[in-house]
Design a protein around this ligand. Structure first.
Ligand code: MTE
Ligand code: MO
Length: 151
């Protein structure tokens, strides 16, 4: 399974988990950042730095937010300020993830545990707009209230 990365300044690319890991400068034990969660992860901010260099992006702008989308279409939009300790979990007990494959995002400084998106397959860095608050949920979700209004 491939993970696609898109960045309006750096272009886009697809990665396998091994390719993501190989680009990552900083690997860690996730329990050092997230209490009670075992496994190996790579740090997001340093990965982002390596990605920018790889894409030869001639800019020093900082993203305003990151968006991720999962296999089940769950998605989250997270302000850059909340991502300081963020990491992608890729391995537990020496094996690829059983829950959350190919990678799972953890956001220790995030406003909600709901931002710990499993099975991430799309990552997008955005430099425009505002993102005062994080948001998450299923794509194109229609609530019961919406359905009632439309009847
Ligand atoms: N892909 C995906 N990731 C997801 C969700 C989801 O429905 N799909 N739910 C989120 C929510 S709302 C919560 S509270 C946590 C739950 O994590 P857990 O299954 O490890 O308890 O996962 C988050 N990540
Ligand atoms: Mo949640």
């Amino acid at each position: 399974m491939k993970v696609s990365v898109y960045d309006e300044l750096c272009g886009d690319a697809e990665f396998t988990v091994d390719e993501l890991k190989a680009l990552a400068p900083l690997h860690l034990s996730l329990k050092d950042r997230v209490q009670g969660v075992e496994g190996k992860a790579f740090d997001l901010l340093t990965w982002y730095g390596a990605w920018r260099q790889r894409q030869l992006a001639n800019t020093d702008r900082t993203p305003v937010y990151m968006e991720v989308e999962a296999v089940d279409e769950f998605q989250a939009k997270i302000p850059w300020e909340q991502l300081g300790q963020a990491a992608f979990l890729y391995e537990q007990t020496g094996e690829p993830l059983k829950k959350g494959f190919p990678i799972r995002l953890y956001v220790p400084d995030g406003s909600s545990e709901c931002l710990n998106v499993k099975s991430v397959v799309k990552i997008k860095f955005s430099y425009h707009g505002s993102s005062a608050e994080a948001s998450y949920g299923f794509k194109n979700q229609v609530s019961i209230e919406d359905l009632k209004l439309k009847k």
